[in-house]
Design a binder for this molecule. Structure first.
Ligand code: 5AD
Ligand code: SF4
Length: 449
């Protein structure tokens, strides 16, 4: 490789979960601190960071097709961008990517992204590099520059990694062991986010409710304690958190839902299957009944709580009767939202070599049935919201003139009209009455606050 001009512009393309979105934003800030600017919309960037996801096969394949696309575009324009592969595929398949794709200048794992600026400088000297170290101390967060401006809704990663080892999942291998960021750092970062314009903060973690730390008074604190501390920041109006594991739900976290006004009535609690046999084979260490009882306890303190979950269909050995148990669980819960996937065997995970891999057509048929049940419930939840008054945190303008978009407390997308000059502004909390429900959004009417 010969010397290439140091990049002047960059673009980060993040795939996968919200933690990747958070990491992608942080990488952008690190690059900007080096004088590399975000490429203007529609223009090719000198440096493209592919911030990848390894959770399912489809997500992983995207990195190779994206590299191919970038190389082809570079050939046509006569300008090859510098390519960095970051994120979970980088962690899992870094060496393979380097060997397979000479156009890739650097590979950086999710725990090492703070070294990206150095790696870019090396790539400009013609040196390719790989860094997939997993330091235990979250070194990457220490290197972050302050954020200058943020959207009204911001993510804050509080915990990373996973010790649960569900048998289908790559996360413990790509993101490493569970690590909690320190309480004081998080409260300080939350304060900076609010100073920069955030009105809602979503606390992120692969197992966010396993977060633990020592609070300002020197006492052990769980996620509920962190939520209560952040709720005291003036001007922070909403707090959310995701993703939780049923086994780490504490009484104190449930209680916080009944007591902390800023904590929104929404819970994303993946269950994966309604069959105890499948749950056991998944190493989930909870039963369907145990999960339902947990939800009841949340509903007891916060009757309007919107529930969301994740599901996998076609886990190895899943029978039609076991799948029917998943449908029965869905009926029992009445989810407001959900994410459902076909099982995807991941290299190195125990489930990938289990007997009874389910044929693709069977998985597709089960997924279709599950999704139609989930869509039915989502629409029903939205329809049941019609007539409610609530606040909407305005996130952006809608497609039509005078139209604004935001979220309800239950994380529904809501649009309303606010004609100029009264108007509305991004970051406003606007009082509305929910007037009409669709499957994915609601129309609302602004009312006097
Ligand atoms: N195949 C399909 N879905 C998966 N998930 C995690 N691993 C796999 C896999 N191997 C799903 C789970 C998890 C969500 C983030 O992705 O439902 O909760
Ligand atoms: Fe994908 Fe998991 Fe990595 Fe998030 S942590 S990007 S879901 S593999």
């Amino acid at each position: 490789m010969t010397d290439i001009a140091p990049p002047k512009t960059y673009r980060v393309k993040s795939f996968g979960c919200q933690m990747n979105v958070y990491d992608g934003e942080r990488m952008g800030e690190l690059l900007e601190a080096q004088g590399i600017a975000l490429a203007p919309e529609g223009e090719e960037a000198d440096l493209v960071v592919l911030n990848t996801c390894h959770i399912r096969e489809k997500a992983t394949e995207k990195v190779y097709s994206d590299i191919g696309r970038l190389v082809k575009a570079g050939r046509q324009s006569g300008r090859q961008p510098m390519i960095a592969v970051a994120g979970c595929v980088a962690q899992a398949e870094g060496e393979e990517i380097m060997a397979r794709s000479p156009a890739v200048g650097m590979v950086v794992g999710p725990q090492a992204f703070h070294r990206l600026p150095d790696m870019v400088a090396r790539a400009a000297r013609g040196e390719r590099s790989t860094d997939t170290d997993m330091p235990e101390n979250n070194a990457k967060f220490a290197a972050l520059p302050a954020r200058r401006k943020v959207n009204p809704t911001a993510f804050l990663t509080v915990q990373e990694g996973c010790d649960k080892f569900c048998t289908y999942c790559v996360v413990p291998y790509t993101r490493g062991a569970e690590i909690s960021r320190p309480f004081n750092d998080l409260v300080a970062e939350a304060q900076r986010l609010v100073d920069a314009g955030a009105r809602e903060i979503t606390l992120l973690g692969q197992n966010v409710n396993a977060w633990s730390g020592t609070n300002a008074a020197g006492h052990a604190a769980g996620l509920d304690g962190l939520i209560r501390a952040i709720a005291r920041l003036p001007d922070l109006q909403r707090i959310r958190y995701t993703t939780s594991h049923p086994n780490d739900i504490t009484d104190a976290l449930i209680a916080a839902h009944g007591e902390v006004d800023q904590l929104m009535p929404y819970l994303h609690l993946p269950v994966q299957s309604g069959s105890d046999r499948v749950l056991k084979a998944m190493n989930r260490s909870h039963t369907a009944e145990g999960y339902l009882r947990l939800l009841e306890r949340f509903r007891a303190v916060r009757p309007d709580i919107a529930l969301s979950g994740d599901f996998i269909v076609g886990f190895p050995g899943e029978t039609e009767a076991e799948f029917a148990e998943t449908l029965a669980l869905v009926d029992a819960v009445g989810y407001a939202a959900a994410f459902s996937f076909k099982y995807s065997p991941r290299p190195g995970t125990p489930a990938a070599s289990m007997d009874g891999q389910v044929p693709r057509e069977v998985m597709e048929e089960r997924l279709a049935r599950l999704q139609s049940a989930l869509n039915r419930d989502q629409l029903a939840f939205n329809q049941a919201s019609v007539g409610r008054t609530c606040d909407v945190l305005v996130e952006r303008r809608g497609k039509l003139p005078g139209q604004w978009l935001g979220k309800s407390p239950w994380l529904q997308s809501v649009f309303f009209e606010a004609d100029e000059p009264q108007g509305a502004a991004i970051g406003d909390m606007v009082r509305v009455e929910l007037a009409e429900a669709g499957p994915n959004s609601l129309r609302a009417v602004r009312i006097a606050a």
